[in-house]
Write a protein that binds this ligand. Structure first.
Ligand SMILES: [Zn+2]
Length: 330
């Protein structure tokens, strides 16, 4: 088995024989706590990669507040150890690359091995985006609702499914063939897939993809579409990483963070409370609400006045077809 570390490829020389998880190395960076039973060098590499990635999560989302939570990453030496953890958390057996779970203690879990040519660094960047979005970009329930919501629901996901996966797949493209981190690159496999879908006119409309709810199926075609929307949005806006210069993607994400409300306290009460009580089926109502606002706000903030999502989509498909694989840098 070959362990591929970020930046340096290290064979399984036996220099660091895998230890049991109970004796995992712990490495702390400014924002991440990395636990791994592979090697101390792997722990440091993961920490360094994720600190770089964090800068990119912030630039992409336009979220620069300083008070970040600690982000936890568990990197297992073998697939078997990882799969046992995933199974215990109730995840299906086919999530083999890695996962992020918001259930406390919220953490990323992944096998730190190269599997079928997939570099674990790509998985780290993908799951790291979900972690950032969940722990930083979620909607904080207003004071009036805090007491009646169970603790696990005081922070609600306002970033729609398509955008959550779009940002994650965009980030996973940032690993070069030789294992370096290079933000803004084309995600080769997603681009190829998407071009094929567009040529054959075999994908669901943007409106449909943007209306998917959490808990609903999100197909591999939908991933390609979501990737392509985020790619075009990031390459066409020019916020230059400055908090005071937000592009349309960042403005859209800010609307998501506020639960698509102009006044979150008033809006949340109006939509979800009756006589001081939460509506029955609150969770599924919330998911439906986000899925409904998602295309509506896309039209308003991103497509713009008088431009339908369908018209925006036509233009978008044309631009995707023109992207060259080698045109990787932003
Ligand atoms: Zn994902």
């Amino acid at each position: 088995m070959i362990f591929l570390f970020i930046g340096i490829a290290v064979g399984d020389t036996g220099e660091w024989p895998a230890r049991p998880w109970s004796e995992a190395y712990v490495y702390e960076t400014a924002h991440y706590t990395v636990r791994t039973n592979t090697s101390p060098a792997a722990a440091e590499d993961i920490g360094a990669l994720m600190e770089e990635a964090l800068g990119e999560y912030r630039r992409l989302t336009g979220y620069y507040a300083e008070d970040l939570p600690r982000f936890i990453i568990n990197a297992y030496a073998t697939k078997e150890e990882y799969e046992a953890v995933a199974k215990k958390q109730g995840f299906p057996a086919d999530i083999t690359n890695g996962l992020y779970t918001p259930v406390p203690p919220a953490a990323i879990h992944l096998p730190y091995v190269t599997d079928q040519g997939r570099n674990p660094a790509a998985t780290l960047l993908h799951e790291g985006a979900h972690q950032f979005i969940d722990q930083v970009m979620s909607f904080k329930a207003p004071a009036a609702a805090r007491d009646i919501l169970p603790a696990s629901q005081r922070s609600l996901m306002g970033v729609p499914l398509w955008l959550n996966e779009g940002l994650a797949t965009y980030m996973e493209g940032a690993i070069t063939d030789d294992g370096r981190f290079e933000a803004g690159r084309v995600n080769g496999p997603r681009l190829k897939h998407l071009k094929r879908l567009i040529r054959a006119d075999e994908y669901h409309s943007l409106h449909e993809v943007m209306s998917r709810r959490y808990g609903q199926q999100f197909s591999v075609e939908d991933y390609a579409v979501a990737w392509g929307v985020v790619y075009i949005l990031d390459h066409e806006s020019d916020p230059k990483g400055r908090p005071d210069k937000q592009g349309s993607l960042q403005r859209y994400l800010e609307a998501c963070r506020l639960g698509f409300f102009t006044d979150p306290a008033e809006g949340f009460s109006r939509e979800f409370l009756r006589g001081g009580k939460l509506l029955p089926n609150f969770e599924s109502l919330w998911a439906a609400y986000i899925a409904r606002q998602s295309p509506a706000f896309f039209q308003r903030i991103i497509a713009g006045k008088g431009v339908t999502i369908e018209a925006w989509e036509k233009n978008w498909a044309k631009k995707i077809r023109q992207i060259k694989l080698e045109a990787s840098r932003r």
